[in-house]
Design a protein around this ligand. Sequence first.
Ligand code: UDP
Length: 466
Amino acid sequence: MEPSNVPRRQPHVLVLPTPAQGHINPMLQFSKRLVSRGVKATLAVTVHLAASMHADPSSPVGLETISDGHDVGGFMEAGSIEAYQTDLRIVGSRTLAELIRKLDRSGRPLDAVIYDGFLPWALDVARQCSKLGVVFFTQTCAVNNVYYHVHRGLLPLPLSGPSVEVPGLPPLKPSEMPSFVYKVGSYPAFRDLLVNQFTNVDDADFVLFETFYELEKEVVEWMSANLWPLKTIGPTLPSLYLDKRLPDDTAYGIDLFTPTTSSAVSAWLSHHPPRSVVYVSFGSMADLDPSQFSELAHGLALAGHPFLWVVRSSEQHKLPRDLMDSIPSEEALILPWCNQLEVLASDAIGCFVTHCGLNSVIEAICLGVPMVAMPQWTDQTTNAKFVEDVWRVGVRARADESGVVGREEVNRRVREVVGGGERGREMAESARRWMAAAKAAIGEGGSSDRNIDEFVEELTSRASMQ
Ligand code: UDP
């Protein structure tokens, strides 16, 4: 039968993120985009996360679980990164296969597994179960191109020389590379995880990236011409903040932490004039030194702007109590977790002091908020380089010889962004231009919108022929 005569049926995909907030958010959002095009999408999280997370019950994306072997204690119970990764791979592979069989017995059998690049074993499981395999990368094309070159032995470690050349990228200083690449011996388990993303990528049926074409044009062109026909599908913020075409898509919908209620946050923000407040967050995983907490707090106080700082409950003991107690509550709000998108979208916010996790960076870009970059590790160092020098939407606060960003540096950088000077105005203007480009990419006919259409079209024809 000619492919055009094959009856077409809407595919069913299983979406498998790494069990972490910064991976669930983009993969869940991509799932919603697929559902809006008639695809059935089911998201799989670990049993441990499912038991503790807050999930929107009205989500159009189905929810299922696999096991990482630590249903009660999760990552903390495993004892080490290595042990957790091994358990996740072994128990995860077995329970993923069981889940695929269970979904196959349901009314709508499964066609494809869309798996996080951090979990290459999921492709082996998909293949064993005769499903299509779609890899979804949750770091930038730039960062993944670096890891790809390390994986293929094209970028020997340790790095040498003052500058590193990787095709498709501007010259990078070693310290602007991902930390696992330039800090020899730091977190070898994570380095292996990231480099091993490419062990079987050539066998994947589709290669997707969380970013958008315009943001990474040169490297996307290079990778598409030399590696795989990749598709950029972002930005992956809820539609409310971008194209508004998915009427019910107003929030990510899965929170691994309990956010402070939005009304309390917006009441505090409403007392401050436009672009006056500094928002500070280091995401879901960063583990700052107490000395860094102290320098940051003093730096924020010196800068003299009101600040809203997300400090997870497990980190709050590191805050310099005396200083914090001396700042009036209308000038400083400390929250254990918040709806970051609502905060960044507020007119009151003038600057985002961020660890440069990719989701936070893209959210700031989409909402036009200039940044002070304070990268800690992993891809954040490279993201910070792009924020400052390529996209020109922020400045990097630089650490001293002891590795701490001092209070004067924090003060100077925050003032540079919100102080009304020339550089601040330039960054705000760049931020506005990138915001427009981000919205255009996912809007009707934009680069990511077309890529998602093409993906659904190809997936549908291949699923119909299976
Ligand atoms: N986030 C949030 N509330 C907070 C802090 C962060 O909802 O108080 C979200 C943020 O919007 C982003 C994600 O958590 O989508 C963090 O991902 P990112 O890649 O920035 O950093 P990671 O946590 O992976 O280091």
